[in-house]
Design a protein around this ligand. Structure first.
Ligand SMILES: Cc1cc2nc3c(=O)[nH]c(=O)nc-3n(C[C@H](O)[C@H](O)[C@H](O)COP(=O)(O)OP(=O)(O)OC[C@H]3O[C@@H](n4cnc5c(N)ncnc54)[C@H](O)[C@@H]3O)c2cc1C
Length: 386
């Protein structure tokens, strides 16, 4: 394989460049109107599919790019610099295509993978319920055997893309009291009888994420649409969440990187008290703090990406990268917004959209408390240990 200076294959470099072009031509003009609540699914998914952004880690035999995890992260960073929410919407649908190829190559992949990769179909992953967020073992959605298939009942909420998804991966309890061991995963079509969407009204800064919920009333799911049996579903989703924590961290770094670039340009041209802002030491120090924090976040992300691509144990590295990068973005985006003065509130910039996204990022794919608990487990007191 021919690699360029950064170690990228020609194909990976082309997909990353396509992501950059897509961000400039589709996200830059749309992000502000979407951020006012005017999100349009047509303007996001099919154009992204045409640019190859919905097949990043799908194997080539199914029409994808089979990128490494690190290269997928580089693509997502290009998108998140402009619109974190749109990037999350795309990657969540993409991840379902990857999951179908992995768990059902002969039945569900031929049915749905092509439409997902082209953006003609949108999918999402539904764990969270009105009464169960961090505590996933407590989910109340049930799946009961019914003939050759299953009957699903329950509610999900706070699901990316659920406002308009065509297919949903539903995590449901198959055995009361079994906790995570009883949870199975099903691919449910949104046009199934008994599937009803429930709107979730969020801050419009998140509107391109398509957050929504749904209610399932005796929704029949054919046995062929069981993705993971009880006992396997939870282990699979925990593995996927480690990957998600890493790319969410990377996307938080991308938002701060974009903000830094905007601040640098503005600091050279805006004058006060007879000189440009970047001539004031106090102003420069704020920017230097942000740049230093960003560098630390990027190093943590890079370490987690390398571990994932090498097949190593990435749980702690992913948790620490997300812990650090989300809190770094929450702090530094506020500080960089301040460095812009009133100008930072203009629609031309993404500071406010990114700030909201950084706060949302600290909950999605494992809240800060859950990540701290994960890291703390590495320091558990072991009886007898010195
Ligand atoms: C933008 C966004 C996108 C999302 N997308 C999806 C999606 O696509 N699919 C999906 O299934 N879910 C999704 N979620 C839901 C997300 O996974 C949950 O928000 C998350 O698991 C936390 O659950 P909760 O919001 O119910 O908070 P809770 O679990 O009710 O927690 C509330 C607060 O208490 C803290 N807390 C909880 N337990 C403890 C503890 N033991 N010790 C100390 N503090 C604790 C939490 O950190 C949090 O700060 C999304 C959420 C957001 C904000």
């Amino acid at each position: 394989m021919i690699l360029d200076q950064e170690g990228l294959s020609k194909h990976a470099a082309a997909v990353i460049e396509a992501a950059h072009q897509f961000a400039q031509t589709h996200l830059v003009p749309n992000a502000a109107p979407w951020g006012r609540g005017l999100f349009d699914r047509q303007a996001l998914f099919e154009p992204a599919g045409s640019c190859g952004l919905l097949g990043l880690q799908v194997p080539r035999e199914w029409g994808g790019s089979d990128l490494s995890f690190g290269d997928k992260v580089r693509v997502l960073q290009k998108l998140a610099r402009i619109d974190f929410s749109a990037a999350m919407a795309l990657v969540n649908s993409h991840n379902v295509a990857v999951q179908l190829v992995k768990s059902s190559p002969h039945v569900l992949t031929p049915l749905y993978a092509d439409d997902l990769i082209r953006g003609r179909m949108v999918a999402c992953t539904a764990l969270t319920e009105p009464n169960a967020g961090s505590d996933l073992g407590q989910i109340q959605t049930t799946a009961i055997r019914h003939g050759d298939g299953w009957l699903l009942n329950g509610s999900k909420t706070w699901i990316i893309n659920a406002a308009h998804a065509d297919g949903v991966v539903v995590y449901a309890q198959t055995l009361a009291g079994a906790g995570v061991k009883g949870i199975a995963a099903f691919f449910v079509r949104a046009d199934s009888p008994g599937f009803e969407r429930v709107a979730v009204s969020t801050s419009s800064a998140l509107s391109s994420m398509g957050i929504g919920g749904f209610r399932l009333t005796n929704v029949y799911c054919d046995a062929s649409h069981l993705l993971y049996e009880p006992g396997k579903a939870f282990a699979d989703i925990m593995g996927a969440i480690n990957l998600a924590r890493t790319y969410v961290a990377a996307m938080c770094c991308a938002m701060v990187s974009q903000a830094l670039a905007d601040v640098r340009v503005y600091g050279q041209k805006r004058t006060a008290f007879g000189q440009s802002l970047d001539q004031f030491q106090g102003w420069r120090w704020q920017v230097a703090q942000a740049a230093t924090a960003l560098q630390a976040g990027e190093l943590m992300v890079s370490e987690a990406c390398d571990l994932i691509d090498q097949g190593g144990e990435a749980q702690t590295a992913a948790a620490q990268a997300k812990l650090y990068a989300t809190s770094m973005a929450q702090t530094q985006l506020g500080s960089l917004l301040h460095a812009m003065g009133a100008e930072g509130f203009l629609d031309d910039y993404a500071f406010l959209r990114h700030l909201t996204a950084a706060h949302a990022a600290s909950l999605a794919d494992g809240s800060t408390a859950m990540l701290l608990e994960r890291v703390a487990q590495d320091f558990r007191f072991k009886p007898g240990a010195s």
